[in-house]
Design a protein around this ligand. Sequence first.
Ligand SMILES: NC(=O)c1ccc[n+]([C@@H]2O[C@H](COP(=O)([O-])OP(=O)(O)OC[C@H]3O[C@@H](n4cnc5c(N)ncnc54)[C@H](OP(=O)(O)O)[C@@H]3O)[C@@H](O)[C@H]2O)c1
Length: 330
Amino acid sequence: MKRIDITAYGVPEEVAHCVDMPDVGEPRPGEVVFDMLAFPINPADISFCRGSYRLRPPLPATPGAEGVGRVTAVGAGVVNVKPGDLVINMQRENWAQRRRVKAEDAVPIPPGLDLVQAAMLRINPPTALLLLDDHVALKPGDWVIQNVSNSAVGRHVIVLAKARGLRTINVVRRDDVAGELRDLGADVVLKDGPDLAERARAATGGAPIKLGIDAVSGEACKRIGDCVAEGGVVVSYGSMSGQDPVMSRTAVNMRGVNLTGFNLGRGLAKRTREQVRAIYADLALKIRGGVLKAPIDAFYPIDEIRQALVRAQQGGRHGKVLVLPNGALQ
Ligand SMILES: NC(=O)c1ccc[n+]([C@@H]2O[C@H](COP(=O)([O-])OP(=O)(O)OC[C@H]3O[C@@H](n4cnc5c(N)ncnc54)[C@H](OP(=O)(O)O)[C@@H]3O)[C@@H](O)[C@H]2O)c1
């Protein structure tokens, strides 16, 4: 069985290796074994390899926060899934051809889902949903501003916000994605820059922006904060710049804008197991219906993890880089 191990924390394509491992073996009681069919390379996986992610396990370590698998065997007492079912795994270490996990962590997904999109169900769709749900009360017509709008999360935010009648200003770092984002439902697309607040104000006609969503951090977070109205909230949920979030004194002191942070694990932990399952069931239906979709840049086999990691870190991609550990999807 092949698995990706990192042997040091450092440059992802230098520290990640595809290694041969003994098979995971038969499932014990209460366990499930599944073949991993596809996994994406997310920004958090890149940070994990670099050692800058919040989790920094002893080495060697296997990255991989998500993916989609097909169950091959279940242990005694397992009733929630059966061989042949498609599952997402709620635990990590998914960059491998096969996994053996507790049955409660293998969440079955409805049939008919595009496998590629299913591989990206666990993290980004619920992140987009909870970013809109958990921070400020929003009603139809309200304005929201976000950066990294061309990311998978950003695209899901556009679609979910539009469905609620919210209006979005979508900040990007390149102009060529504006048309696609408008087609998804973006009301306004603006290229980031020092005069962002003036351009955002012009775009809303002075209407207040209640929620700012930031995943670039550093000065880009400050620019989002400067767009948000009195009493509004800025949610920091990522740091594509590698910097810590910054806010201006004008935003914090004069307008009482609050900076808060979001992490999916914390967001889900506030909910019951039933609520979490309901969230995933609903998001799975939205994916099956083609409502939520992340574009794909490229696929790689597992033994080309080095090339996949290089590509995943290049700017100007058109979507996600995915790895197919067990060959082409059927
Ligand atoms: N807190 C949480 O629980 C949580 C959960 C999920 C995701 N996230 C975070 O959400 C963000 C988006 O994740 P994703 O998987 O949706 O990303 P993705 O689809 O891989 O896209 C990455 C995006 O980041 C942009 N980008 C890269 N470097 C940048 C920089 N230096 N300045 C500005 N923009 C930059 C890219 O812009 P171009 O399109 O122009 O290349 C692209 O739109 C990441 O920061 C991730 O860590 C957080």
